[in-house]
Design a protein around this ligand. Structure first.
Ligand code: GDP
Length: 440
């Protein structure tokens, strides 16, 4: 995510090495590089210029005290400004009502239906609410079916009227159904077009007028950069939406949409979505995003994702095993299962400070785990519990069972040993307990 931008900012700060005071003169090229980086990330020129003017104002005259480098000082200033640009504080999401109505709007393909499912799942599992999903895309039967399947997957009811061609009455009927079935939040997935079109806008505006939503969320594909910002403007003019959802942050996004939307429509980003799995939805925190852009990682989100998956008693048990160097293959397999549930691997690793920028050209594929799992599956329970038991003839058998070469088994065993050592060290630093979901 935003790797190009991150790299360019990092290199912009490097130019300041060795300066004891930031002056108009020695900061000039850094500021220019920052502006360039923003424009390359598809941030509008005017926003980029205003942004760097502010940075310059703040930085010039700052004394560089001994403990920090000028680059660090600039990083801090830029972090604060990026946070501001993206909205400053975390925005409030209002799901209170009887029922609360959440209207989802955006272009076709932006990720509305996927997001509707994720939001329902989020409100159900994290907020204890009882959602009803509504398929109000009357033009595409496939969209209704997609929502029905998602609903089934997450255990949320979906209101569908295949023969009703009036989105307004579908929405009204759904609200009635929610009341009668004690559902406290209704999420309406509306139709989108490939480009902004008058009929679509009128339809969404009519649905809006009929059901009076607590939240109107505009969903936008973050890969579309400045186009995203223009679309946002058009939707906001008609709908006066309450918040933005950025999707596909797991893709190769440059960052323009995330950085420009708040400035342009003055509406906060409320959620970011990064993947097709139903549990890869995050509340948007401007400061955490700024940290990620600057390669400072996002340990807070990582820990939260971990906390959602790992239970505390289990984590304590695991910590004990690690301390005694008794962590075995069965534990490893269980951890892999849980790790996979936390989301896309590359996305997760990118949250580790300092690692994000280094992952750019590395292909990290979730399937890579499949080979490891095959090897663990080929072990007997006794071997899993006691890795030291595994001698050459056992290795040969495991390799055969997993369809691997014995050298691959050897490599994996070696890595496992290294990992155990590393975990022991991490555990000493208190890091592992935190990662594994111990309460802070
Ligand atoms: P809609 O037309 O706005 O309802 O969009 P969909 O929800 O059908 O999504 C369009 C495509 O984008 C589908 O193939 C989704 O699987 C995919 N998609 C949606 N959200 C994300 C996301 O956050 N990351 C990725 N990689 N793909 C997504």
């Amino acid at each position: 995510m935003f790797q190009n931008l991150s790299e360019k900012l990092e290199s912009a700060f490097k130019g300041l090495k060795g300066q004891s005071r930031i002056t108009e003169l020695n900061i000039a090229s850094t500021v220019k590089e920052i502006r360039r980086a923003l424009i390359d990330a598809d941030v509008n020129y005017k926003i980029a210029k205003e942004f760097t003017d502010k940075i310059k104002d703040k930085a010039v005259g700052e004394k560089v005290i001994n403990a920090i480098s000028p680059g660090q000082l600039m990083t801090k200033i830029v972090k604060d400004e990026l946070t501001d640009l993206m909205g400053g504080q975390e925005a409030v999401f209002n799901a209170k009502g009887n029922p609360a109505v959440i209207l989802i709007a955006g272009l076709q393909g932006s990720g509305k239906t996927t997001f509707s499912g994720k939001l329902a799942n989020f409100l159900k599992s994290k907020k204890g609410l009882s959602p009803l999903l509504v398929a109000a895309d009357i033009y595409r039967p496939a969209a209704m079916e997609q929502l029905r399947v998602l609903g089934e997957q997450i255990g949320v009811d979906v209101h569908i009227e295949p023969d009703n061609k009036d989105a307004v009455s579908i929405a009204q009927n759904a609200v009635k159904e929610a009341r009668s079935k004690n559902k406290n939040v209704v999420i309406i997935d509306t139709a989108g077009r490939l480009a902004i079109d008058e009929q679509m806008m009128t339809e969404v505006a009519n649905v809006r007028a009929a059901v009076n939503p607590q939240e109107i969320l505009f969903v936008v594909d973050s890969m579309t950069g400045q186009d995203a910002v223009n679309t946002a403007k058009a939707f906001n003019d008609r709908l006066d939406f309450t918040g933005v959802v950025l999707t596909k942050l797991d893709g190769d996004t440059r960052g323009g949409a995330a950085l420009s939307i708040k400035y342009t429509v003055n509406k906060p980003i409320k959620f970011v979505s990064s993947g097709e799995k139903m549990d890869t939805l995050d509340v948007f925190y401007p400061e955490r995003m700024a940290q990620r852009i600057l390669g400072m990682g996002d340990i807070t989100t990582l820990v939260e994702r971990a906390q959602a998956q790992f239970d505390e008693a289990e984590a304590k048990k695991l910590e004990g095993k690690i301390r005694k160097n008794k962590f075995d293959f069965a534990d490893f397999k269980a951890q892999l299962e849980q790790l996979k549930k936390m989301g896309n691997m590359k996305d997760l690793l990118g949250m580790i400070p300092g690692l994000g920028n280094k992952l750019k050209d590395i292909e990290i594929n979730d399937d890579a785990f499949k080979g490891i799992e095959a090897m663990i599956n080929s072990m007997t329970p006794a071997e899993r519990a006691d890795p030291d038991l595994i001698d050459t003839s056992r290795k040969k058998r495991i390799a055969r069972g997993a369809g691997k070469d014995i050298s691959e088994v050897n490599n994996f065993m070696k890595q496992f040993d290294q990992m155990r050592d590393m975990m022991k060290n991490m555990n000493k630093m208190g890091m592992f307990g935190k990662m594994m979901g111990m309460k802070r």
